[in-house]
Design a protein around this ligand. Structure first.
Ligand code: NDP
Length: 503
């Protein structure tokens, strides 16, 4: 990593190298049955740091989706991938993981260009984690066994089988990371896939299929990529395709609802990771320095565009002022600027529509709100200052709605029960953090919170074996470790009668 890091100058803005400029100048095509396929219509992807056009992308429709699903189905039926041994499939995924790390500087730069996130975050976070997803699922799937129930001369055993064609629909906030989170277990289990990345962030997926995938020996038709839009276009055609056996979707809750309606055609197996309105609860006995540091990270990492972010912080009244000042001080110290500078800590929001949405919430921060830090936007590009606010009622739009930007609202509470009620007072239920040195309280409060993930005295600490997903409107099902293998496969039970007496 350190050697690769040397390729990125630390104090200066990174320029796009000539080979990448050339690559970006060519339109990015769909990848169907091992071939690059153009569409009649195209769209442009931009760099949120300055609004400049990065590349032209094929805009897939019914024709491309039908071709991609047909290719996936044919490859599945031919069995060239699903009938390979688990060991061979896992070896290919491990190779992909290694290649991603070898291409880390290029992939990190592309991810930051496409999303506006700081290069440091792509280089040290997103891309290595994408590589890790492939490696993890390769290692994890290899450990899989199954049970056998012998009864005399009869043996009952079970084995996993691939599902068929799996649709993978991903958002823009953590592009390659979330694509790999789905691709790795889906491929390990022997499925053929059609990936539809967000139209905002198609570049790292395009790079993956063009430069890395051909080097790992996965047969044509097993991995297909269709670029394009969701509603009424490629995404919708894909999720309503009758030959799709399962859909893994990460995105907004209302998109999840629409997909569920489209998927009724199957009915199709679904796994949904959706919106959130996470919270932190800070008790007066907590390590307030550490809590402020991690609450700042939970609010501002990736410009607040993380489903697991914590845009609400509930603080015990006795330490409310002291804690909020610490949090605000950290917000003020964050280096906001050019995503392509390695020292930058916060970059730009994804694009103009999202920038306008976040700005509309900033415009609501009038009395009785107290703005402790930030509150302003910066242009050119789509920059929002890390913002800390207090004094908002719990039923205020900023308190209730998923903003998905660098805006954290702090609320005082008197009792544990009041804090629990406030955290739970949202239709979402993805994640929460509890800050206290009292173990009994941590256990009690975590039991009372209605969300899929709870961290105590930390945030965003992941073990990929752990079930990941949300309660209430934040999700449907769980992925991670065995939960992913369960989603991307189905069990078949076989009973064999050997000759002789029945058991
Ligand atoms: P969207 O729901 O807008 O989009 C997600 C994906 O779905 C995109 O590829 C989109 O295409 C596609 N899509 C949109 N409409 C349809 C449709 N009718 N049929 C099929 N596909 C469709 O989410 P965002 O990209 O805006 O991502 C942000 C959201 O993702 C936030 O709500 C965040 O909380 C959530 N998220 C949840 C996570 C979790 O683990 N729970 C993790 C990360 C993010 P296109 O955009 O190209 O039109």
């Amino acid at each position: 990593m350190e050697n690769l890091r040397k390729k990125i100058p630390s104090g200066q803005d990174v320029a796009i190298p000539p080979f990448m400029r050339d690559w970006l100048a060519a339109p990015k095509l769909h990848f169907i049955d091992g071939h690059f396929v153009a569409s009649e219509s195209t769209f442009e992807t931009i760099h949120p740091g300055d609004g400049s056009v990065l590349a032209t992308i094929g805009r897939g429709g019914k024709k491309e989706v039908d071709a991609a699903v047909a290719a996936a189905k044919a490859s599945f039926e031919r069995g060239e991938w699903r009938c390979r041994s688990l060991e061979e499939r896992c070896a290919a995924l491990e190779k992909l993981s290694t290649l991603i790390l070898e291409h880390l500087p290029a992939l990190a730069l592309l991810e930051s260009l496409d999303t506006g996130k700081p290069l440091r975050e792509s280089f040290e976070g997103d891309i290595p984690r994408a590589a890790r997803n492939f490696k993890f699922f390769a290692e994890f799937a290899r450990q899989e066994g199954s049970s056998c129930y012998p009864q005399g001369n009869v043996f009952h055993y079970s084995q996993r089988e691939a599902l068929g064609v799996v649709a993978l629909i991903t958002p823009w906030n953590l592009p390659l990371y979330l694509e790999s989170w789905k691709l790795a277990p889906a491929l390990a289990m022997g499925n053929s896939v059609v990936l539809k990345p967000s139209e905002w962030t198609p570049l790292t997926a395009a790079y993956l299929v063009e430069f890395l995938l051909p080097r790992v020996g996965i047969p044509n038709g097993v991995v297909n990529l269709v670029h394009g839009f969701g509603d009424g276009e490629a995404g919708e055609f894909l999720v309503s395709h009758p030959d799709v056996s399962a859909i893994s979707f990460t995105g907004e809750t209302r998109t999840g609802r629409a997909i569920m309606r489209s998927a009724a055609v199957g009915p199709t197996r679904l796994s949904f990771e959706m919106g959130g309105k996470g919270a932190s609860v800070v008790f007066a006995d907590a390590d307030l320095e550490k809590a402020a540091e991690l609450c700042a990270r939970a609010a501002f990492r990736n410009q607040g565009q993380i489903c697991l972010a914590s845009p609400r912080v509930f603080v015990e009244s006795s330490c409310f002022e002291a804690f909020t000042e610490k949090l605000a001080a950290r917000a003020r110290a964050i280096k906001l600027g050019n995503p392509l500078n390695y020292q930058t800590e916060m970059g730009a929001l994804i694009g103009s529509a999202h920038f306008e949405k976040v700005k509309s919430y900033l415009s609501l921060l009038n009395t009785p709100a107290r703005v402790w830090a930030g509150g302003k936007t910066r242009s050119p590009g789509y920059f929002v200052e890390p913002t800390v606010v207090s004094g908002l009622p719990l039923d205020h739009a900023v308190s209730c709605e998923e903003i998905f930007g660098p805006l954290v609202s702090v609320y005082p509470f008197q009792s544990e029960g009041e804090a629990i009620e406030a955290v739970n007072a949202t239709p979402y239920g993805l994640s929460a953090s509890i800050w206290t040195r009292d173990g009994d309280r941590a256990h009690r409060v975590s039991n009372a919170l209605r969300c899929g993930l709870v961290w105590v005295n930390t945030w965003f600490l992941r073990d990929l074996r752990v079930p990941f997903g949300g309660q209430k409107r934040s999700g449907l099902g769980r992925e991670g470790g065995a939960f992913s293998l369960d989603f991307y496969s189905e069990w078949k039970s076989v009973s064999i009668q050997f000759s002789g007496e029945e058991g």
